[in-house]
Design a protein around this ligand. Sequence first.
Ligand code: GAL
Ligand code: CA
Length: 333
Amino acid sequence: MEEVIFLRKVFVTALILVLAFASCSFADGVKIGSCIYRFSDAFMLRFRNAMSSESTKEGAELVLADSQNDQATQDSQVDEFIANGVNVLIINPVDRMKSQSIIDKAKSADIPVVFINREPPASILSTYSKAYYVGAKAEESGIEAGEIIAAYFKSHPEADKNKDGKLQFVMLRGENGHQDMILRSRYSVEAISKAGIPPVEIAGAIANWDKLQAMNIMNAFIMSIGPENIEAVIANNDEMALGAVEALKANDYNKGSAEMYIPVVGVDANASALDAMDRGEMLGTVLNDADGQGAAAVKLAVMLAKGQDVSKEVTDGKYIWIPYQKIARGEKK
Ligand code: GAL
Ligand code: CA
């Protein structure tokens, strides 16, 4: 049964790719094949759009494939891309720890590969001279999210609800093993403690970057802990922050009353989070620069495909880092 489903997936994937290639006639421009771990991810939608518009600017042809959160699907999409003669790959791995198979495929076809958003370990990236990574430093976003919470706590003494001088927070984590989940969780808490406020995690769970999962988890926490005992919600991304906000609103929190408010921070600066901040439902976020990362990935891919020297574009021979940016409430840009 599983095999049938798998074969069907492979077939559908192949068909999608064949149709995609048929509909765009590759002239002599650069052909880029790109796999996105999951099209339904809100932040990756911004990323995809940025890549598409940069490709248009560069006169390159970009074919995007939805890996549907399945590494085997992604591996066969890469095979199809190579068989169809792309000049370069841009890969958002489903499982960054399994990037070796993608590198091996690119290497044997002798085409460059640019990884995005999910950082392969250096030990894997170093096995191919034409493998690169474009992303953002996860610890930076963690520090900035923690600083937003710390600044709020300092300027709002009433936020310390139990008056113990510590910050009792709930943490909503992204996908297990993702560098952004590990480092944002660690550094946000560290930044709060560096600001002189002892952080206390009273509850935490993995919600896989997902709004609905986060909403359900937050509802359960509200029931078991009591909203009056939660002093902040730290979410590894905006979708989960918005899920928490939904749960809070369902319990009459974060609807405008100063007494019934819990500061919530996320990361990404997706439009829906900025809107929630404008409505006063969410405290802050950190801009994860999809435009900057998408454009940089495509520019690098095009240069690599043309065999140009990229040594001045990258650091440590392999990386392009796009900075994060703090966005607190009221500072919407
Ligand atoms: C993170 C982003 C999340 C999610 C994830 C996917 O950088 O903040 O919202 O998109 O990447 O890998
Ligand atoms: Ca407290």
